[in-house]
Write a protein that binds this ligand. Sequence first.
Ligand code: AMP
Ligand code: ZN
Length: 117
Amino acid sequence: MGNQECIFCKISNNEIAAERIYENDNFFSISDANPKVEGHSLVISKRHFETILDMPSSLGTELLDCIKKTAAMLVEKHNSEGFNVVSNNFEAAGQVVKHVHFHILPRKKGDGVRVVG
Ligand code: AMP
Ligand code: ZN
């Protein structure tokens, strides 16, 4: 199943253990191994798609469900006041892991984090 060399496929099929924050049939979320901010997490597709362009649009509802549930749990847990959702697609945009994923970055007023620009 999936891409044998892909780290997120290995997490998806439990070859590598990672605690899941939330999951539904097609997506799950975990903490980022190198957090840029407190609570930095990733929403990852269970099946291997390289970028958003490879992902069927019919998965959009489940994707949004996983993003919303994960973000709400992180905001609650870290007493955040907001959050960013970021997806890097292709190397030129900074994508390192070639399996579609969405960064969720909990934010607080005046935290000085710059996500875009
Ligand atoms: P990018 O492909 O640039 O959007 O970022 C990939 C993200 O995956 C980085 O923030 C890494 O810290 C994170 N990452 C890589 N390997 C793991 C892992 N095994 N568990 C959790 N996060 C990971
Ligand atoms: Zn994969």
